[in-house]
Design a protein around this ligand. Structure first.
Ligand code: MG
Length: 259
């Protein structure tokens, strides 16, 4: 059984293996979506690919209906940071698109995201994506028992800011398990040595959101889409991980994975 420590729900090794099944399915569905990204494809089409893939393999989309979210994936283009709603607009050549997807298998969630170029993108955008991904892997590297959430956030922040980019403050990663969002929140900035101590059995969705310009964001009129305040591009990526005595185990890792 899961045990509850404060508000953080620790998972047993058996539960972590169950979560891996959800994580792997989510990552496979995301890989399928990324293979379909090209100039002219629509968010609606990509959403359908994800939903079909998940359901054909016994999964359920985590996001569909979550607090009223109307789709199975979030698609955030260019200055959209996260939580964009798929629509019928063709993706333009040269855009950056963040694709975020969750799967439920046997009651557990897996959550994974990646930002990819649509066609040819400018070098500064390629670098934005690379630095975001590196920030995620730095965070995963420090996510082990005894470290603190501030260490995780600082790992992202220091890497991103050293590259002259900024981390979004208003949105964060999160605990994950039988609920898509559990405690704790996982900011992508912080002071080393501060915050909640990480423990064996914590399961976390770590998801840096990195902006080319200011870290400030605004909420779109649709009540979901988060945009950069200055209209400059943003990138986002995410893995679901389990904190174990051996370090962070990435539950959304697959062969030929896209993140
Ligand atoms: Mg997430």
């Amino acid at each position: 059984m899961a045990t509850r420590t404060a508000m953080v729900i620790l998972k047993t090794p058996v539960e972590i293996e169950q979560m891996r099944r959800a994580g792997v399915l989510a990552a496979e569905a995301l890989r399928e979506v990324v293979r379909a990204v090209r100039p002219g494809v629509t968010g609606t089409q990509l959403n359908a690919i994800a939903e079909r893939y998940l359901r054909a393999r016994g999964g359920t989309p985590s996001f569909l209906g979550y607090r009223g979210f109307p789709a199975s994936i979030c698609i955030s283009v260019n200055d959209e940071v996260v939580h964009g709603i798929p629509d019928g607009m063709p993706l333009p050549d040269g855009a950056l698109v963040s694709l975020d997807l969750g799967a439920v298998v046997d009651g557990f969630h897996g959550d994974v995201a990646v930002t990819v170029p649509v066609g040819q993108v400018e070098p500064r955008l390629q670098r934005l994506v690379a630095v975001t991904r590196e920030g995620l892997y730095h965070a995963i590297e420090v996510a082990r028992p005894g470290k603190r959430l501030g260490d995780v956030g600082a790992a992202v922040q220091q890497h991103v800011e050293a590259a002259g980019l900024s981390v979004v403050r208003d949105f964060a990663g999160h605990g994950i398990g039988r609920s898509l969002h559990e405690e704790p929140q996982i900011p992508n900035f912080g002071e080393p040595g501060t915050g909640t101590v990480l423990r064996d059995g914590m399961t976390l969705a770590i998801e840096p959101m990195v902006n080319l310009g200011t870290y400030e964001v605004v909420m779109d009129g649709d009540g979901w889409t988060v945009r950069t305040k200055d209209g400059q591009p943003s990138a986002h990526c995410e893995h679901t991980v389990a904190v174990t005595a051996d370090g962070a185990m990435v539950l959304t890792a697959i062969p030929d994975g896209v993140i």
